[in-house]
Design a protein around this ligand. Structure first.
Ligand SMILES: [Mg+2]
Length: 219
């Protein structure tokens, strides 16, 4: 029996490529919200977004830390995007996911409802049991370790039974520290992760070969 029971995918720039432009549109709306709410010039709002991102992992991390912002209004505004204009159904992704005999879920710093819209646009919503969004982990953001602890409590699985797939190495480090097996889908930046792949479609073969052999060794 495999020691793995769950595979946890990041959403943006992991299940679809950066070239889709969707995350860039989210970021544009985040800066626009900061521009309007904080009454900052757009350029300063964009700089503040980047500061929050570096310091807290997300803008909402900064808003929560500083207090006084309407977090629900922010989340709705930032993700109010017709995602189907940016994404197309990806049958190869659906086939790859369906070949993985584990509980499949998504863990995103965005709201879960946005996650489901993205999955539907990619034609892979039926491949996932659960989307864990930022509200479900108490508004903590990856890479805050609290977010991962809440995630594990929610899915009721030990870290060593979980594989996490992400496009940002910094978001995999806390997962690895907790004992998850980590897979980066950006082969250009492979420090501190277990596996680095050029593309999410390579996750299926990785599980079937490398991680499958690990289980044969009785690891
Ligand atoms: Mg991502």
């Amino acid at each position: 029996m495999s020691r793995f029971t769950h595979i946890i995918f990041d959403l943006d720039n992991t299940l679809y490529p950066r070239s889709a432009g969707l995350l860039q549109e989210v970021n544009r709306r985040i800066s626009l919200w900061l521009h309007q709410e904080k009454r900052l010039p757009l350029e300063d709002a964009d700089a503040l977004r980047k500061t929050y991102f570096r310091r807290y992992g997300t803008t909402i991390g900064g808003l929560v830390a500083e207090g006084g912002s309407d977090v629900d209004a922010y989340l709705s505004f930032a993700h109010d995007i017709p995602v189907e204009r940016y994404l197309q159904p990806n049958p190869a992704l659906a086939a790859m996911l369906s070949s993985i005999p584990l509980h499949r879920l998504v863990f995103t710093n965005a709201p879960a409802e946005y996650g489901w819209r993205v999955l539907r646009s990619l034609g892979v919503a039926t491949q996932f049991e659960l989307v864990v969004g930022i509200r479900e982990v108490g508004l903590h953001s990856k890479p805050n370790p609290l977010a991962y602890e809440r995630l594990l409590a929610l899915v009721d699985a030990p870290a060593r039974s979980c594989i996490m797939v992400e496009d940002r190495a910094i978001n995999l480090l806390p997962a690895r520290r907790l004992g998850m097996t980590t897979v980066l889908v950006d082969a250009a930046a492979a420090d501190g992760v277990d596996f680095a792949l050029p593309d999410v479609l390579a996750v299926g073969p990785l599980l079937a070969h490398s991680l499958g052999q690990e289980e044969e060794r009785g690891d």
